[in-house]
Ligand binder design. Structure first.
Ligand code: PTT
Ligand code: SF4
Length: 610
């Protein structure tokens, strides 16, 4: 096959074995790569109810036909496993030289299972892999571990590592690369830690064979030209995702004080302009011509790479209006291997719990010194850090006092940095995202704010599904960064044309949309199988705060969601997706998407409607 190797590397850490096996062509055509392949492996290979932190769980790394080839921002990969935070399907998308190298090493995916007896790391190089000792690496931060491994294996390899948070199985520990790229929000770092796997080092030098090389180069050059000449290009290179702080403030969706408000009085102190003034470096994922890794010097004199989500969650959401200090917390999260979004949620929740006297400790909004200590304690599970390490859903369960109403999560995954008091479609996007409350699958809020702020109509539901197809389906399976399309309007036809030139198959955009629907429905089946009789539509409903406590200030003061109307939207969503009124895929839908065998398996756990 062209564009794929048709090969998977399987690593059994318990037995200390590595094996290579062929991948069925039909599976590749049906699930493509990245999230599609990962979901297919996890569906087929995991027993329902498996403990996510046991050796039985599997960690999948998957690239796609576009990964690492000439094109718009293709240095990305998907990392997936059953999530210890949510108990459902979990994944993340990371930009790293590890992605490019994995493709060049001759594999479409790596499946890691078992648990090593001693701390280990995986070294992959051109068709081969070795499990090596990580004795001297265990306990190191992600930055230290990556530097040591670079010295050992050379600068030309790609490296993924976990920090102390992953080692200590913090439920939202992530995997870090290149001192500022993070992947796997729903605890992929904890899964790696549970396997005693500190790092994955990849070196690849093989040439990927494509169907029409000249055409690939031509389309890639046209796409890059279109990116460079786009209207927003120069501003994007200046501020990247950090421009969103100002937009979110204006739209009153900037998470503030644990999502109590959507505006922050000190937003100017943490916005894209403040970042520009402090910027010392610009980084990017491999081969990207629209770099968005904006690095500032933090208040402790160290480099910290900032993104919107990080700054909103560790800044306004905790009442901290000081960019240098926010940058310290962000850099610590990267060094320790903690997801900034979940961390900012957990800390905001804890401060509110303290304010409401549900815990005895006194923690104030914006108190940097205490927050800094709590971040480190979380990674090591010390004191209150042990509570913070569990995520807001479990924290609320432990603290009680009605705190579940303002524990900001869906399905156990903490909400990303968009307040939804006045954004019903975005609330639905969180409610129905494939991994819990993450914006990656449908960042519908920018469209919603522009087009119809407070409506609950059918066109909003259709828009959420359309975005889930493209963002959660197409980009996650190809695998490529979605930002050239989202931020600079790069037309989707470039991706389709590239895919055709790479694989030689005559894909259409509709084929890719169907792929998106297939993968989304397969992931839904995974969730339902895990939760079986306890599955309920409550799983798709965002936290009570947005329905019960109106915004007390700002341009949309008084805004809150309407529960009945949200439920109506959810019913329309299920119906458009071909799922029943419980949000469970119908047999006819599964069959139509080529998932007949999934229907047979799922019907062992719940009764399926025709
Ligand atoms: C992603 C999530 C995001 S989404 C951000 S900022 W964003 C946070 N970044 C973190 C970080 O940094 N350090 C840390 N310790 N934790 C972090 N948690 C948060 O993780 C990221 C970019 C961004 S920046 C976004 S939107 C886009 N996401 C893409 C995606 O999901 N798919 C895709 N095909 N392309 C994407 N392009 C963009 O990539 P998760 P990255 Mg990320 C420091 O991992 O688990 O998906 O969560 O991968 O290489 O850091 O690039 O305003
Ligand atoms: Fe990476 Fe940003 Fe480029 Fe996307 S736009 S590939 S996230 S540097």
């Amino acid at each position: 096959m062209k564009g794929w190797w048709g090969r998977v590397l399987r690593v059994d850490l318990s037995r200390g074995e590595v094996k290579i096996h062929e991948l069925d062509k039909d599976v590749l055509l049906k699930f493509m790569g990245g999230r599609g392949l990962a979901a297919w492996f996890l569906w087929n290979e995991l027993r329902a109810g498996v403990d996510p932190l046991s050796p039985e769980n599997k960690l999948v790394l998957a690239v796609g036909p576009l990964t690492g080839l000439p094109g718009p921002s293709t240095g990305k990969m998907v990392i997936a496993a059953k999530s210890p935070l949510t108990g459902g399907y979990g994944d993340g998308n990371i930009g790293s030289w590890a992605a490019v190298n994995l493709k060049r090493a001759g594999f479409d995916a790596v499946i890691i299972e078992g648990r090593a007896k001693r701390p280990s790391y995986l070294y992959i190089e051109d068709d081969k892999a070795y499990i090596l000792s990580a004795e001297g690496l265990w306990g190191k931060t992600t930055f230290e571990a990556e530097r040591i491994l670079k010295e050992a294996h050379g600068k030309d390899c790609g490296i993924l590592t976990i920090g102390p948070a992953g080692e200590n199985k913090v439920l939202y520990a992530t995997i870090i690369s290149q001192e500022g790229r993070s992947g796997g929000r729903p605890g992929m770092g904890a899964v790696m830690g549970s396997k005693n796997l500190k790092a994955i080092v990849v070196k690849g030098t093989k040439e990927v064979s494509v169907a029409d090389k000249d055409k690939v180069l031509k389309i890639a050059a046209e796409a890059l030209k279109s990116i460079r000449e786009s209207r927003g290009y120069s501003f994007w290179v200046r501020q990247g995702t950090m421009a969103t702080i100002e937009w979110a403030q204006t739209a009153a969706v900037l998470p503030t004080y644990n999502f109590r408000e959507g505006t922050f009085d000190m937003y100017r102190l943490i916005d894209g302009y403040s970042m520009e003034a402090a910027k010392v470096l610009q980084r990017s994922c491999p081969g990207c011509i629209m770099p968005c890794g904006n690095v500032v010097m933090d208040s402790e004199g160290k480099y910290s790479e900032l993104d919107y989500e990080n700054v909103a969650m560790l800044g306004s959401n905790m009442g901290l209006g000081h960019l240098g200090k926010v940058a310290v917390l962000n850099r610590l999260a990267d060094e320790l291997g903690l997801d900034t979004i979940s961390l900012g949620n957990c800390l905001g929740f804890l401060i509110e719990a303290s304010e409401k006297r549900l815990i005895s400790e006194k923690i104030e909004w914006g108190e940097f010194k205490e927050l800094r200590e709590l971040v480190v304690d979380t990674a090591y599970r010390r004191g209150l850090g042990n509570l913070l390490a569990e995520g807001v859903k479990r924290m609320a369960h432990k603290i009680g006092g009605g705190s579940e109403r303002w524990a900001m999560h869906v399905k156990g995954l903490e909400i990303s940095a968009y307040d939804c008091h006045g954004a019903p479609a975005m609330a639905l996007a969180y409610g129905t995202s494939a991994i819990g409350a993450h914006h990656k699958d449908a960042w519908v809020i920018s469209w919603e704010v522009k087009v119809d702020r407070f409506g609950y109509g059918r066109e909003k539901v259709a828009k959420v599904i359309e975005l889930q197809r493209i963002r959660g389906g197409v980009f996650e399976c190809l695998v490529a960064c979605r930002l050239p399309w989202v931020e600079l309007g790069l037309e989707l036809r470039y991706y389709v044309e590239l895919l055709r030139a790479i694989t030689g198959y005559s894909y259409t955009l509709d084929d890719l949309y169907k792929l998106g629907d297939r993968v989304y429905t397969l992931i839904r089946a995974f969730w339902v199988r895990e939760y079986a009789s306890s599955w309920s539509i409550e799983m798709d409903i965002p936290p009570a705060r947005w329905f019960e406590e109106p915004l007390s200030r700002g341009p949309i003061k008084g805004a809150k969601l309407d529960r009945d109307k949200y439920l109506e939207m959810l019913r329309t969503y299920y119906s458009l997706r071909g799922w029943d009124e419980r949000g469970i895929p119908r047999v006819s839908t599964l069959e139509e998407l080529g998932l007949k065998e999934v229907a047979a398996e799922l019907s062992r756990f719940v009764e399926l409607k025709p």
